[in-house]
Design a protein around this ligand. Sequence first.
Ligand SMILES: [Zn+2]
Length: 96
Amino acid sequence: MMLEKRYDLENIRNESQGRVYERIDKLLEEQDDICKCETCVLDLTAFILNRITPRYTTSMLGNLHPDAVFEKKIEVEIDLALRAGLKQLQEHPHHS
Ligand SMILES: [Zn+2]
């Protein structure tokens, strides 16, 4: 692909992804009744990321306009996706 040779695409970041990572981090600290193996945690993370609104920014600009409404929306989306993801993991475990 030419684009990634011509431009530094690493500067494009999805801010929603950072929120998900923080949420999962907290979950792993607080909850003991879930499997914390790499397979289950990565699967849960991908499940949530597929269900929330992304917000891409370039690190050159950063987040110039923090948007309270969007922040709230993302929080709610992550919460719902997390609950659905945990339920699916329980119903269809990757391993016993
Ligand atoms: Zn596991």
